[in-house]
Design a protein around this ligand. Structure first.
Ligand SMILES: NC(=O)c1ccc[n+]([C@@H]2O[C@H](COP(=O)([O-])OP(=O)(O)OC[C@H]3O[C@@H](n4cnc5c(N)ncnc54)[C@H](O)[C@@H]3O)[C@@H](O)[C@H]2O)c1
Length: 358
């Protein structure tokens, strides 16, 4: 049975449909009913069978174009963005037409940003294929591309028309990409979702095996948590910032690695371990709390070796963080209830200590 989660408020609210296979003819017919032309944007790493079945189920009544970009974060670029816009313009797409993002967060972000800016905004549908995209990037309306000066520096808040999540796509993910998405799921267990924490603590074996029932439950619960937060704060003026738990240090680690050889979610895993330790050093949580986090991560076979990085090599990347405002860094820390909260009151000498404690 498909689960439906409602996200957002007013005229820009949208549904997220989650099931083993959400790309049914009827879901697609309903989602695309007002468009004559569709451009599917995907990347070279997405199994061709997914594109084929999407095209088949869209039917023959619409004119369907496909634009494939090279896989990898470097494609979330101005050049690839321009190619999408040029294709839309060349095929005379108008405001009633539609973009579909079929892929992970990279495809979702660049497609969403193209949709937000072409003709000052045309509709787009998110069909997330990676675990990270299913539980995080396809929901919440953040779209972006990277520029030389930094990741996600150019973008827009722009909600999709609908998100269609098929958990069967998770089977073909590489282990490293699956782990990257699990990192975000662990994050939701520290943003108040007790159901997720229970599953992670008691059914780690099934999670590792990508058991379809368990994965569907984790995806639905993650989206519910993200939806609750982004609906109450669509443009990140307040509570939404807690979704950045682990991201300040995570982004700095990604920048240090040149955005290569480290999936986003893996960097967030290291970032969460670091902020859990800072929270302990600030007297906000107990030692057993960050040890518990380490144990959950390890039981999911996730890489917890954040100590391969030194604070001295990460420090310079922290100041480029988007969360720096008026020269002040705000950080999401954990409190006694083990939920994230935003603060700019901390002792930054604890940063270097956090990298050293086990
Ligand atoms: N907009 C947001 O709110 C938000 C939130 C978090 C992350 N992001 C962005 O998301 C991006 C990371 O997303 P990602 O981790 O999905 O990376 P990605 O989109 O680069 O996908 C990772 C790899 O997995 C492959 N892949 C995707 N689905 C697959 C499947 N079902 N089977 C086999 N291979 C598959 C892709 O081809 C790619 O090679 C980053 O650009 C990050 O900035 C955005």
């Amino acid at each position: 049975m498909a689960k439906i989660i409602h996200v957002g408020k007013g005229s820009t609210s949208y549904k997220v449909i989650v099931s083993n296979n959400s790309l049914t003819k009827s879901n697609l017919k309903e989602a695309t009913k007002s468009s004559r032309k569709i451009l599917i944007v995907t990347d070279s790493g997405i199994p061709k069978a997914y594109l084929k079945s999407l095209k088949e189920n869209l039917g023959k009544e619409k004119k369907v174009y496909v634009h494939t970009i090279p896989m990898g974060e470097t494609s979330k670029s101005f050049e690839e963005y321009m190619k999408i816009l040029e294709k839309l313009a060349k095929q005379n797409f108008d405001r009633s037409d539609l973009l579909i993002a079929l892929g992970g967060g990279m495809v979702g972000d660049i497609t969403g940003f193209s949709a937000s800016s072409y003709l000052r905004g045309i509709d787009f549908i998110q069909i997330p294929t990676s675990l990270l995209a299913q539980v995080d990037s396809s929901v919440g309306g953040k779209t972006a591309i990277n520029i030389k000066q930094g990741k996600n520096l150019v973008g827009a808040f722009y909600n999709p028309k609908i998100v269609l999540v098929s958990t069967s796509f998770l089977k073909s993910l590489k282990d490293s990409e699956f782990s990257s998405g699990l990192g975000e799921i662990v994050k939701y267990s520290y943003l108040g979702n007790k159901k997720i924490k229970n599953i992670l603590k008691n059914k780690a074996n099934k999670v590792i095996k990508r058991d379809s029932k368990i994965m569907e439950e984790l995806v639905v619960e993650s989206i519910k948590t993200k939806s609750r937060i982004v609906t109450s704060d669509e443009k990140e003026n307040g509570i939404r910032a807690i979704l950045n738990l682990g991201h300040t240090f995570g982004h700095a680690i990604e920048a240090k690695c040149g955005y290569k050889n480290i999936p986003h979610g893996q960097a967030v895993i290291y970032g969460m371990q670091i902020v859990a330790r800072i929270s302990f050093l600030e007297g906000l949580i107990e030692k057993e709390d960050y040890i518990e986090m380490d144990e959950i991560l390890s039981s999911l076979n996730l890489d917890t070796n954040f100590q391969q990085f030194k604070y001295t090599e990460i420090r310079k990347y922290l100041k480029n963080d988007k969360k720096v405002s008026s020269g002040k860094l705000s950080l999401i820390l954990l409190n006694k209830g083990l939920t994230g909260y935003k603060t700019d009151k901390f002792d930054s000498s604890n940063f270097s200590k956090a990298f050293k404690i086990n």
